[in-house]
Structures are given as C-alpha cells and as structure tokens.
Design a protein. Structure first.
Length: 403
C-alpha cells in the first residue's frame, strides 16, 4: 500500500494520463482519503455484490437526500460515510436504494418505470452493438500485441526474412537449371527439400506467439465474469490479426526464397506461379498459427502448449512426405499421412511448381498427387483451419479465471 501523499500523487497522474490520452481509468479503492476522493469523476458503490450507487460524484447529494433524507456530509470524509452506509445496508438487508445515481426508481415496485424527468435528462441508454464490441476488441489486440509491441513483431518478421535468406543460400537456383532441358529427377528432389524447409518455417515459427496467446487467455478469463465480450470476438479478432501478419511475413518470405532458389513453374506466367506459391505459404502459416492458438487455449499452461504443439507439428512434418516419399512409407505411417496438414501444404507448392514441367512425374512417383490439384489441397487446409477455429471457440467459451 501507499502512504496518503503518494496515493494522491498516483491518482493525479492517472487522471492526467486519462485526460491526455482520452481514456477511462477504473480504480478499485477501499479507503480513499478526501483528496483522492475529490479527484474521482464517477463512483460505483457496491455492497455484498449489489450496486448502491453508480454515477457522477456530483449526484451524491441527490443520493443522500433521496435515500437518507439528509444533506451531503461536509465535516467528515464522504468516502468513510459512504462505506459506513454500505456496511449498514448490507447488515440490514434493506431494499434497493430509491436513487442509485442514474435513475429515480420506485422502491416499492419493480414494475414501475423510471422517473420520466430523470430518464429524459439521462437520455436513452443504448447497449453497444456486436459490431462495436468486435471493433473494441480488435483495436485493443492490435494496439497491445502489434503497435505497442513493435519489437516483437519486428523480431518475428526478421526471423521469417533471415530463414528465407538462409534457405535461399543453401538451395541457390536449384529450380533453375540454366538450360531448356528442364529439371532432372535429382534437381526435382532438391526442389522438394527446399519446400520442406519452407513448411518448417510456416509451421514452427508460430510457436513464438504462444506467450501472446496464453496472455490473451488469462485476460479473457479475467473478463469473462463481466460478460462484456463473447469469446468468439476474441478468437475472431486474433485470427484476423494473425492472418494479416502471416500474409505480410509470407510475402516477405516468398519475395526472398522464390527468386533465390528459382522455384517457379516455367509453364505458367511468373506472377501466377509466384501468387500460387504465396497463397499456399499464407494458408499454411495461418493453419500453423491457429493450431498454436488452439493448444494455448485448451491446455492449462504455456509449457504444455509448447510441448503438445511441438509434438503435433513434428509428427505432421514427418508424415508430410518431404523426408520420406509416400511411395516408400510403411503401411502405418502411410495410413496416417492424411491427418498431417503439412502434407497438403507441401503437395500444394510442389504441384504449383512442378505441374506441367519435365519433372511432373516426380509428383506421381513419390505420391504427391493426392489430392491432385492446388485448389483441392488448399480446401483441405481450409477445413483444418475451420476445425481448429471451432475447437478454439469452444475452449474459449469454457475458460474460467482460476482464483
């Protein structure tokens, strides 16, 4: 606790910041001294979970006159007198106060409408729409996780860029044989390895967001008791923000890797080949982020989210066919390949880059043609995204604050 002088200093600073930034500050205080109390604009007085007063402090005189038939105390601390009245109100278990700050109510009947003159003075209180609530949650997440945390976002973008450069250096121009003969089987196999590295970036780098998602879960748990925002609003805004970030990061990655490695399809225009590969990277990154979000919300701790998420991602990478072609897999891993989202991401980029070229036979020989088109693979990834989004929504609805 603070001493009286520092308490006044802190409240003055909060009020100054609130006025400068045009934001509201809510302070929970049990024994404010008169100097602190004079700085408050609005007051909510609670007793045993019931609201005795909620409104502007200048309406306290009406509160005293209407409910207690007495004037606002001047010689004593108003705060101490209000706390005493809240205590006596609790012990007496009396009916609700006639005046609670905003409207004059008839204490004898719950069916009686609010006093018309008071209601006209206050105006009609319209609850905020769902669209406005989504905007508030979106703006808050954007500000807290991206704008104010620009260092973290910059570090994530730098990681995508640096890894793309490393992949480009290792697999320099492997997709460009510098002749018209097309790719050999060995060169096509190197294209596969290049794209396996890209899938590692799409599915493993989202682990950096686990602390953000776990922090959001704690915040959601603290707010859930108030019922201000529905859980789906948190999930929707976070997924949208991650989609925007993944689009930016994947674009950076594609702009570096594709020209450095020469992994484009010469049978279509360069832009079509680039955008097809980019769309797969974006969808894959979004699926990876949504998987991590789901594990962060479902599991109780950050460590467990990392452990389970890394295990699932590693198994998905193993079953993707990038390390061992499907045609060479044993029956058990072959039957489990369909559960790996990485499989569909890898197949999508390989089909985009090798379809119609001299190395197209690699797709069939290695088993990278089920499903056989980019669109079908992206649709499967879309279904995986919807599944994990629904799981996240259900888990968010069940989040409770642990006390």
């Amino acid at each position: 606790g603070l001493d009286a002088e520092n308490a006044v200093t802190v409240i003055k600073l909060l009020k100054k910041l609130s006025m400068e930034q045009h934001v509201a500050s809510m302070v929970i205080i049990h024994q404010p001294n008169p100097k602190v109390f004079d700085l408050f604009d609005r007051l909510i007085l609670l007793s045993k979970g019931r609201c005795m007063f909620s409104g502007y402090c200048h309406n306290l005189s009406t509160f005293y006159e209407t409910n207690y038939d007495e004037a606002l105390p001047l010689g004593t601390s108003i705060a101490d007198d209000l706390i005493a009245k809240a205590t006596s109100f609790e012990k007496a278990s009396r009916s609700e106060p006639v005046y609670r700050g905003e409207l004059l109510l008839d204490s004898q009947s719950c069916d009686t409408a609010p006093n018309e003159s008071s209601a006209s003075d206050m105006g009609t209180l319209v609850p905020p729409s769902a669209l406005w609530k989504i905007y508030v949650v979106f703006q808050r997440n954007l500000t807290n996780h991206y704008i104010r945390n620009i260092a973290n976002m910059g570090a994530r973008l730098a990681s995508y860029g640096a890894l793309a450069v490393i992949v480009g250096i290792i697999f320099w121009k492997i997709g460009d044989p510098d002749s018209d003969r097309g790719l050999t089987y060995k060169e096509a196999d190197l294209v596969v390895r290049t794209n396996v590295f890209l899938m590692n970036i799409s599915y493993l780098l989202p682990f950096a967001t686990i602390p953000v998602f776990v922090g959001d879960k704690k915040f959601l748990a603290a707010e859930s008791a108030l019922g201000l925002y529905s859980p789906w609003m948190y999930g929707t805004t976070q997924v949208f923000l991650e989609f925007a970030f993944v689009t930016l990061a994947s674009t950076l990655e594609a702009c570096i890797v594709i020209p450095m490695c020469g992994i484009s399809n010469p049978t279509v225009s360069a832009w079509v080949s680039f955008l097809t590969t980019l769309s797969t990277l974006i969808v894959s990154g979004l699926v990876g982020s949504t998987m991590i979000l789901a594990f962060s919300i479902i599991l109780p701790t950050q460590d467990m989210a990392f452990l389970v998420g890394s295990t699932v991602s590693t198994i998905s990478l193993v079953l993707s066919g990038g390390f061992l072609p499907f045609s060479e897999m044993n029956s058990l891993p072959f039957s489990l390949q369909w559960l790996s989202p990485v499989k569909y991401s890898l197949q999508s980029v390989l089909i985009a880059q090798l379809k119609g070229t001299s190395a197209e036979a690699v797709l069939q020989l290695a088993g990278y043609d089920a499903p056989p088109t980019v669109t079908e693979n992206l649709l499967v990834l879309g279904a995986v995204f919807v599944f994990f989004s629904l799981v996240t929504g259900v888990a968010m609805a069940r989040v409770k604050e642990a006390r």
